[in-house]
Design a protein around this ligand. Sequence first.
Ligand code: AHR
Length: 522
Amino acid sequence: MATFTKIRDDETPSITINPDHKIAKINDNIYGGFTEHMGRCIYGGIYDPGNPLSDENGFRKDVIEAFKELNVPVVRYPGGNFVATYHWLDGVGPKEQRPKRPELAWLGVESNQFGTDEFLKWCEVVGTEPYFCLNFGTGTLDEALGWLEYCNSDLDTHYANLRRKNGREKPYNVKYWALGNECWGPWQVEQFTKEDYAKRAYQWAKAMKLLDPSIILVLCGETGFSSWDYYVLKECVKFDVHGLGGDRTKSLIDMHSIHLYTADKKHIVNATAPRAAERAIQMTSALIDLARIENNVPPTVPRQTICFDEWNVWDPVRAPGEQGAEEKYTLSDALAVAVFLNAFIRQAAVMGMANIAQSLNVISPLLTTPSSLVKQTTFYPLLLYSRYMRGHTLALNVSCPEYEGPTNPRWIRGVIETPFLDCSATISEGKEGGKGGGWVSLAVVNVHESKDFSVSINGVGNGVGGAKEGDVEVETYTVTGASVDVVNTEKEERVGIEEGRWDGRGEFVFRRHSLTVLRWKA
Ligand code: AHR
């Protein structure tokens, strides 16, 4: 959480931070990823048998290393829109017997050479948790239950035995399951009305939890600011003893998913667009509470959290999905990514998960070539946040001038502020950043294209928090570039991380179009 005070252009901006003022625990799952059978994300991406860079499973080793570097805690799979015609049984068993199918989301052919067992093995190699999305398009409840049994059951039953026959004795224990993807979208195979969706989702949730009460179920929301979200939450977030064994500490629905893609040709509009994400989170959180209040959900049932399971910068006209959606990200986009991440940190109290869409090749910070892995501009904010912005969110007050021009979406103006300095702060608890607890990290995105801001920071060695001036040594990490339009290519990396030191004295200059993370021991 942060409060913002708007000041004039000729006043000195300030940031006030108090390391004792913890707001909420940050769920590590906000640094989640997403891999869809789309474009080159799976085939020619994480799975590339025959490539010298791949291991004996056909998994690209450089990609695995990058996921490890980003410390991605959870990965959503297999879609996205793809899942609406996906039959998981096509993708298990001997590879030569797996059917090729027409693929209707991105209009390709699905070979099914990579499926459930390959993905779950890949997750184990990477050290990440799987998050599966169910087929609410052409899929049936029977199939969904079969998939859950295949993955999680240790009984002597058909699908659990099929898993054993396919070479995996012990259950995978897949914890996270989504009840469909963007079921409201006119682009879906089998688009739903909110009434039809809510009815189906509730019944599927009950059956899924009867089979495995330990799973976490995610309801399919829209943006968080739509009547779909209100309706499906109202219908599905209720207390029901059926499927829960009468346990008043559990609910059928554990999370509500929302999606947001932003983009604009103009830098400042592009970089401030993710401010919409923060309002989306706040509104979703209020709708969750409203459903709980209207449905008399006992307070013993944990509050449902938000699963922001698709977010990123994406212009589908510039990078169409049917053509693989390989966006080339600029420095401006990297700053927009940091503004998204700041929102997740500030709103940590209600965030259960967030998944950048997507993690490889398709609208991704990482691009494979046959012989290399390109780290796009957006890789670097992700890396800095994943490394340092964990633990607890700290309260902040930010005083700075505000961008006052047009926004995209337009409704941002008049609904939420767009400060030139977009900030969040955390305090580490354990090994975040490899340095033990008590490290304060302050992330500041200066979205101004041409102005540096010299900022007085209260709380770093000058009073607040007990420190004296010059007491601290501050590590600095900056992501910037020659202009907001620069991109990274296979030949040249124009945006990376610049490391430095600051003694905490006087004002700190946040350079134009930059992200800076300052770190010090509280
Ligand atoms: O991430 C790309 C696509 O965007 C996903 O498949 C879909 O859910 C969304 O519309």
